[in-house]
Each structure stands twice: as structure tokens, then as C-alpha cells.
Design a protein around this ligand. Structure first.
Ligand code: FAD
Length: 463
């Protein structure tokens, strides 16, 4: 299971100096230190992946700035039959942009232009950072519908190819939900690369495909009117109290952008919050529309809670406090790992409607080996809950024991962050639509090899 993947020796038939010549005019990185750095992402949250992926390094990194650059690099990959792995912010968690078989890493971070802002939509190059896009659209009074808590570094293309949803999902659903993704331009990897244009739900073919089936060069996503969110912390005596509040607050009558329940035992990792998140209280981090604040306060009080902090992001920043979104989603794990590297994490999807009693059972079984953290979000129009749990690292066998126990009852499903394939992680089944698209967009099977179990070597065309 955890056999380390050794650094792939350069295939003897590849003439790397000839490859470099074919890449002439592009920004090619050959230095071992930089290649190593640009072959990693946030897989280090998982001790299993840390060991397994240690030796995976690109033979060359190509930094592209234009669609023509992508075309040239894709053609070179096809000519020399080189693995090619797209990389943007490198904030994915599962080794998504780690080149398991070496080859080319295509760094798209310089494709970062905002191309067009219109009413309700923005068109950008795929390497644009999500926070930069937000700043650009803010000038028109609009805002992105959702983003990961890593948005200062993460790109929009990486979010679509590797993510699922995030801050904003309680209001607008997940990326997959109709209306959020509008258009995408995708470059194929073949001797004469082509552009395929995808619209609306057709984008599902490349969404969460880990860049295994085409290079996304441009995307258009939906925007909503900007809101000056109030970042709040509401405190409760019991974790069950926070969850019951979360279920009650999951209603269209409250306008929220984030609702994230965090166990009191995280408090030492949030020292910067001081008395706003004391050790004996469980916290709900929320982003609330100003118009909904009165109803939010009343609901907190009705559930026996109290609000310890409420302010705009600018006010929190001025006070030296983090925004609510940096206390939520996978930033919870990051905050803990900054202090104590003996933690790792697991993601859990619950049967819906969510029954908090399932969590009571897990708290009783796992004790201090598992710290609780739940996100409230919408998918397919329905409110739901999922967890990103902090799990004490006691070895691989213990980690899988925890997973088996969680999956044994209550309809819980683990999204395993200790594996590299799309299917073993979250998706569980092979998305045949994505594999069919890969036959068109990556007919030689060169893109991010080893990340989908749906692609079989015999599917690959030789030229
Ligand atoms: C602290 C923390 C919090 C996070 N919170 C969230 C969250 O709330 N929601 C969420 O969904 N994720 C979250 N993530 C995961 C990750 O940050 C996001 O999915 C992010 O959007 C990835 O963007 P990136 O630019 O860093 O992509 P990368 O890590 O560079 O790439 C991700 C995947 O997309 C592919 N890819 C990148 N660009 C392209 C392209 N142009 N064309 C084709 N394929 C491409 C890569 O090959 C790779 O497989 C979190 C991660 C961390 C460490």
C-alpha cells in the first residue's frame, strides 16, 4: 500500500536535449531544486502520501504564459510520449499535481489574466488566482460564488480540476451544481493539439478530473452581487449544541456564506483568537450577511450560545485576527499541523438529512484520537453536512481502522485523503463520461498518469 514510488529514471529513448530544443522559446526549468519544489502539493498532510510520493519529480518544468505556449508544450509531450502534469497553485491535498511518472510539469500560473467581466459572469485565464479574480470583479460590485480557503494561492483552473466547493457553498452549492460553471476552453494533448470548447454541464467532463483529460486554458464562471460578510464566532457548551445550531441555521431564511463547526479541542491551535475561542467552548465560524445578523444572533441565543466575535474581514484584519474562512474547511487541519505534526485528517460524508447523533457516537468511540469539524453546505439544492476530521497519526493500520469504524454505521462514507486516484479518494466510481472525454482530449494517455483507475493502457493510441 505505502510502497514508495522511486524517482523514475529518464526513459532511455528520450533525448532530453532534443526535447529542450523542441521547447525552444518557452520558460523551461531544469534546476533539480526547482523541479522538486514544483512537483509537490499539500499531500504532506498525509504521512502515507509523504512516504509514497517522496521520489516523484518532473524531468522538466515548463512555465507557460499563453495558449500558444500550452499548444507547443502539449505537442512536444505527444511527440516524445512524455507524461505531462498540469500544475497551478499546488495547493491540492492528494498529490493531485505530483507527476508520478516524471516527465513534464506544465506550470500555468502565469496564465493569470482576467479577460472579461460582465453582468453575472467573469472570463479568465485558468491560472488566475481566485483572490485576484475577486479583487477584479469587486470593482463591478460582484463576487465569486465560491472559493477554497486557499484562494490567495489557488487558481480557478486548479479549483475546477481538483476541488469541489468551499466558502460560499452554503449559499451557491458546489462547483458541480448547474449555473456555477459556464464555459471552459480545453487544449488537447496530441501531435497537433486542438481546443475543445465546453459549456455548462459539459464542463463536468473535466471537473475534478485532476487534469487527466486536457489542459484548461480559459474559464468563465458565474458571479453574484458582492456582500460585505460579517465574520462571526458563536460559542456553545457542547459540540452537539454547535451541530444542532448548524442544522437549524441551514435555512434559506438566513443568508450565509460559511457555516463551520469546530470542536473546542482545536482551540489551542487557534491561539491568535484568544478569548474569542476559549478551550472550554465549541465554536461555529460563520460568514453572515448584514441583513441576516439579527436573525443569526436570535438563533444563536435560542440554542444557548453566545457570539464572541463579529466583524468585517477588514475589521478583523485591523485587530490582528484571521477571517472566519481561515478557521474553516481544510484550514482547520493546517492550523493544527502548524503547531503539532502528529495529526493527519479524514473527510467524511454523512447520510442526509444529517443526524448529529452519529457524531456523538464517534466522539464516544474515538476520544482524543479524533477532533471534530463539520462543514454545512448545499449540494443539488439540498442542505447537507460533511466533516474534515483531525485524526491522530498512529500509523497506517490505525488510520484504516478509524475509517472502517466510521463507515460501519450511519451511512457514513470516507473520502480518503491518503490515496492518489480520483476514484479511491472521493468519487468511489469511475466517471465514464470523463474517460470518454479523455479518449478525445488525451488520446495517448499522457496526462497525469496514475491518477485515474478508469484509464487502461490499452485505451491509448500510439500516435
Ligand atoms: C488549507 C487548504 C484548504 C483547502 N480548502 C479547500 C476547499 O475549501 N475546497 C476545495 O475544493 N479544495 C480545498 N483545498 C484544496 C485546493 O486548495 C483547491 O482545490 C484549489 O482550488 C486547488 O487549486 P490549485 O491552483 O492550487 O491547483 P493545483 O494543486 O495546482 O492542481 C490541482 C489539480 O488540478 C489540475 N490542474 C490545475 N490547473 C489545471 C488546468 N489549468 N487544467 C487542467 N488541470 C489543471 C492539476 O493537475 C491537479 O490535478 C484546500 C487545500 C488546503 C491545503
Amino acid at each position: 500500500m505505502s510502497a514508495r514510488l522511486m524517482e523514475r529514471p529518464a526513459a532511455p529513448e528520450v533525448d532530453w536535449s532534443a526535447v529542450a530544443q523542441d521547447l525552444h522559446g518557452l520558460n523551461v526549468i531544469v534546476s533539480p531544486g526547482q523541479r522538486k519544489q514544483l512537483s509537490k502539493d499539500f499531500y504532506w498532510y498525509s504521512p502515507i502520501l509523504t512516504e509514497r510520493l517522496a521520489g516523484c519529480v518532473a524531468d522538466l518544468v515548463v512555465k507557460v504564459s499563453t495558449e500558444d505556449d500550452v499548444r507547443q508544450a502539449a505537442a512536444v509531450a505527444a511527440k516524445w510520449k512524455l507524461p505531462i502534469t498540469v500544475r497551478a497553485g499546488g495547493t491540492g491535498n492528494y498529490g493531485q499535481c505530483v507527476p508520478l511518472e516524471g516527465g513534464l510539469v506544465l506550470d500555468v500560473t502565469q496564465m493569470s489574466r482576467v479577460l472579461e467581466i460582465a453582468d453575472g459572469r467573469v472570463r479568465v485565464q485558468a491560472g488566475a488566482r481566485m483572490h485576484d479574480i475577486e479583487l477584479a470583479v469587486a470593482e463591478t460590485g460582484q463576487a465569486l460564488r465560491m472559493w477554497p480557503s486557499t484562494w490567495h494561492v489557488a487558481s480557478i483552473g486548479g479549483f475546477i480540476a481538483g476541488g469541489f466547493g468551499g466558502i460560499g457553498s452554503i449559499r451557491h452549492g458546489i462547483l458541480r451544481d448547474t449555473g456555477n460553471l459556464l464555459r471552459a476552453r480545453v487544449m488537447t494533448v496530441e501531435r497537433e493539439p486542438r481546443i475543445i470548447e465546453l459549456q455548462g454541464d459539459e464542463i463536468q467532463q473535466v471537473h475534478h478530473a485532476y487534469g487527466t483529460n486536457g489542459v484548461i486554458t480559459e474559464v468563465e464562471v458565474a458571479l453574484s452581487p458582492a456582500v460585505e460578510w460579517v465574520h462571526c464566532i458563536a460559542l456553545f457548551d457542547t459540540y452537539r449544541g454547535v451541530l444542532d445550531f448548524g442544522v437549524a441555521a441551514s435555512t434559506p431564511s438566513l443568508e450565509l456564506f460559511l457555516l463551520s463547526a469546530v470542536d473546542a479541542r482545536f482551540s489551542p491551535y487557534y491561539a491568535m483568537l484568544g478569548s474569542h475561542f476559549p478551550r472550554d467552548k465549541h465554536a461555529m465560524f460563520a460568514m453572515v450577511a448584514p441583513d441576516s445578523m439579527d436573525r443569526f444572533r436570535a438563533l444563536v441565543a435560542a440554542h444557548g450560545g453566545s457570539i464572541s466575535l463579529a466583524g468585517t474581514e477588514a475589521q478583523l484584519h485591523a485587530a490582528g485576527l484571521p477571517p472566519a474562512y481561515e478557521c474553516a474547511y481544510n484550514h482547520t487541519t493546517l492550523q493544527a499541523l502548524k503547531v503539532d505534526r502528529t495529526w493527519t485528517y479524514l473527510q467524511v460524508a454523512y447520510a442526509q438529512p444529517f443526524d448529529p447523533a452519529v457524531v456523538d457516537r464517534h466522539i464516544a468511540i474515538f476520544g482524543d484520537d479524533v477532533l471534530q469539524h463539520h462543514e454545512f453546505a448545499r449540494a443539488g439544492g439540498e442542505y447537507g453536512t460533511f466533516a474534515i476530521l483531525l485524526v491522530r497519526w498512529k500509523g497506517e493500520a490505525h488510520q484504516y481502522e478509524v475509517m472502517r469504524e466510521i463507515e460501519s454505521q450511519g451511512g457514513c462514507q470516507i473520502f480518503n485523503p491518503h490515496v492518489v486516484t480520483i476514484e479511491d479518494g472521493g468519487m468511489k466510481t469511475i466517471d465514464t463520461q470523463q474517460i470518454e472525454f479523455k479518449k478525445r482530449s488525451d488520446p495517448m494517455g499522457l496526462m497525469n498518469p496514475g491518477k485515474t483507475r478508469g484509464w487502461k493502457p490499452e485505451m491509448a493510441r500510439s500516435t
